[in-house]
Design a protein around this ligand. Structure first.
Ligand code: BES
Ligand code: ZN
Length: 631
């Protein structure tokens, strides 16, 4: 280990990787050799019941085994086939109830810990729902979402990304089941078996079951979806999957997970995507009928390296997962669409970063390395674009400073090989930079001159790179025309005359989907004052009329932004449309800001809408919206 610049050394923890305080378990006392889940999904009772068995090796002499749990009932615990005493401790927010199992054992002993448990209605990890798979039919469905700290609400575990284990799963269900591992051929009709031979942390476990059908979507890929969405999903993703995997293998290392599948969840799925190993879970809102949201798939696929293989050791270092993943996502889509496209994506991401820093509940949360205050702060509360955008900008900054792709690419391979199947913190990442470039004094000088303090520990925007604006310039040009004409023209006819002909028209007609998204964002951002479109009502009316393709878009990235424009322009005739739309999407990226907007213009409608759809939303999403609305 080389000595790093003073500012980093002054933050470096005594132990490496840094302790994860978002777990109550005594995970450092054990190595988990294997985990075995044997459970049954009970749709009528909305609970999961069964057993989890751990093969443990004690790394120290121990008095007890402490696991994480949250809203879980324990029925029986055995250690080495003997009944064990246990105690569920009182809840500590936000971490849940630790589970103490009394057992004395010397260092290096092997233990088999077997726990019979069941989940409860309060589990934050599971959503049970009825979905409409056709107009006449409704069907049971269940899915889990465990990142960051909800695994403990599905089964008792060492719920920390610092602990990895191989898994076996036997899942009984009356409906087809998918799992974050490889399926094993089945003999009985309602028993589904899987195995995950690569050690993974608990947050990457995922289960879904329902009327799930599937079709092949590439040599290594299958798409799973309810029947009414299967064909659309195949059309949307099939062409890109194998291309993405090959490009990523080229940039990083060979794909180790064998298969890369996708499950299209029902609309209440609270994220765009979740990188569950072997089977990425996504929201159906990615189906936009023009492949304009495949970047989310590139993102989740990239997690197969950053996150799932090389993992952040605690949620304070979450940027190592997401920043690296956004960086790789843009390398993948950039390889397909060109460097100008990659640069464009960074500029779009920069706008997201500005917006999300503004929306943060605390400015402190905009640091790259988070301070979760020894477990007191819930990682769900600090979630934002910061680890994604500041993180990927940081990697990009290193790429450019160190001499561009030719100099940086070998480091990518080095880093992802060095830390494969491991969990690490920011210090180990920086150590590895110094290690890799250690023989080259000019590179070490460059590293010594990086403003680590600013990037890692200072809240707010980092320095902005000098991105290539080729794909942005046309957008900016049309936006400035709108801003200047908005105050000049008085009648809709004047706007139409100007914007539906000649240069303004040909500019717009040349926009790709990502450019249209930037167009709306820029209209909303580069306005001279926050009530610009409200004060220039004829201009906003004209916008809505002149671009019917934005009005009719099936791309939720556009739908959401178009609503934003309508509401900020005070067009009350659209409030009800937004309210209705909020009953069809559960992705938090749209739901939370939409409620905040609606609340601003019509609080009564916001509350009425939330009450109506509360049970449709995922429990985590519902909770956050409740907080956002101050209910
Ligand atoms: N791992 C995240 C989703 C996540 C993060 C779930 C934190 C729970 C806690 C996933 O890879 C992700 O980043 N999804 C994004 C996609 C986007 C950045 C392309 C999303 O859902 O919007
Ligand atoms: Zn991600």
């Amino acid at each position: 280990m080389v000595k790093l610049p003073e500012i980093i050394e002054s933050h470096r923890p005594k132990i490496s990787p840094e302790t994860d305080y978002s777990t109550l378990s005594n995970y450092k006392d054990f190595k988990v050799e294997n985990s075995n889940l044997n459970i049954e999904l009970l749709f009528n009772e909305q609970k999961i019941i069964g057993n989890v068995t751990y093969q443990l090796l004690a790394l120290n002499s121990i008095q007890k085994i402490t696991l994480d749990s949250s809203f879980i009932k324990i029925n029986k615990i055995n250690v080495n086939n003997t009944l064990a005493q246990y105690q569920i401790n009182e809840r500590v927010e936000p971490l849940g109830s630790s589970l103490d199992i009394t057992y004395e054992a010397p260092r290096e002993s092997s233990l088999e810990l077997s726990i019979d448990f069941e989940t409860t209605k309060d589990s934050t990890a599971i959503q049970w729902l009825k979905t409409e798979t056709s107009t006449t039919d409704s069907s049971d469905y269940v899915f889990t979402q465990l990142e960051p700290i909800h695994a403990r609400s599905l089964f008792p575990c060492f719920d920390t990304p610092s602990v990895k284990s191989t898994f076996n799963a036997i899942i009984k269900s009356k409906h087809p089941v998918v799992f974050s591992g490889l399926p094993i051929s089945k003999d009985s009709s309602d028993i589904y078996e899987f195995e995950q031979r690569i050690p993974i942390p608990s947050y990457l476990i995922a289960i879904a079951s329902g009327n799930i059908t599937s079709a092949k979507a590439g040599p290594r890929s299958t798409i799973y979806a309810e029947p009414n969405r299967l064909q659309d999903s195949i059309n949307e993703f099939e062409q890109d999957l194998e291309k993405f995997i090959k490009i990523a293998e080229d940039i990083v290392t060979p794909y180790i997970w064998s298969t890369y599948d996708i499950l299209i969840n029902p609309a209440s799925f609270p994220y765009g995507g979740m990188e569950n190993p072997n089977i990425t879970f996504v929201t159906p809102t990615l189906i936009s009928y023009d492949k304009s949201q495949v970047d989310v798939i590139a993102h989740e696929l990239a997690h197969s390296w950053s996150g799932n293989n090389v993992t952040n050791a605690s949620w304070e270092h979450f940027w190592l997962n997401e920043g690296w993943t956004v960086y790789l996502e843009r390398r993948i889509t950039g390889a397909l669409h060109g460097e100008a496209f990659r640069q464009f994506s960074f500029i779009q991401g920069w706008n997201d970063l500005i917006n999300s820093i503004e929306a943060l509940p605390k400015f402190e949360y905009s640091k790259l390395v988070q301070d979760l205050q020894k477990g007191k702060i819930d990682p769900d509360d600090t979630f934002s674009s910061v680890p994604y955008e500041k993180g990927s900008n940081f990697i990009y900054h290193l790429e450019t400073k160190l001499g561009g792709l030719k100099e940086f690419d070998p480091f990518i391979k080095f880093y992802f090989t060095k830390f494969q199947q491991k969990s690490l913190d920011t210090y180990q990442f920086i150590d590895s930079l110094y290690e890799f470039y250690g023989n080259d004094q000019s590179k070490i000088d460059i590293l010594n001159n990086i403003d680590w303090e600013l990037w890692l520990y200072t809240p707010g925007l980092p320095p902005k790179a000098d991105f290539d604006t080729t794909l942005v310039d046309n957008v900016s040009s049309l936006v400035s025309k709108w801003i200047s004409k908005a105050t000049e023209f008085k009648e809709i006819e004047e706007f139409k005359e100007f914007f539906t002909k000649g240069e303004p028209k040909s500019l717009y007609d040349g926009f790709s989907s990502p450019q249209k998204i930037l167009f709306i964002d820029s209209l909303l951002e580069s306005q001279p004052s926050s009530d610009f479109w409200l004060n220039n009502s004829k201009a906003s009316d004209s916008l809505l009329e002149i671009y019917p393709d934005l009005q009719d878009s099936k791309n939720t990235e556009i739908i959401f932004r178009w609503f934003k424009l309508k509401l900020l322009s005070g067009k009350s005739q659209y409030y009800n449309d937004l309210s209705k739309w909020l009953g069809t999407v559960g992705r938090m990226k749209y739901v939370r800001p939409s409620y905040k907007l609606l609340n601003r213009v019509d609080r009564e409608l916001a509350i009425e809408t939330f009450k109506k759809y509360q049970s449709f939303y995922h429990p985590i999403a519902a909770n956050l919206v409740k907080q956002d609305l101050g209910l």
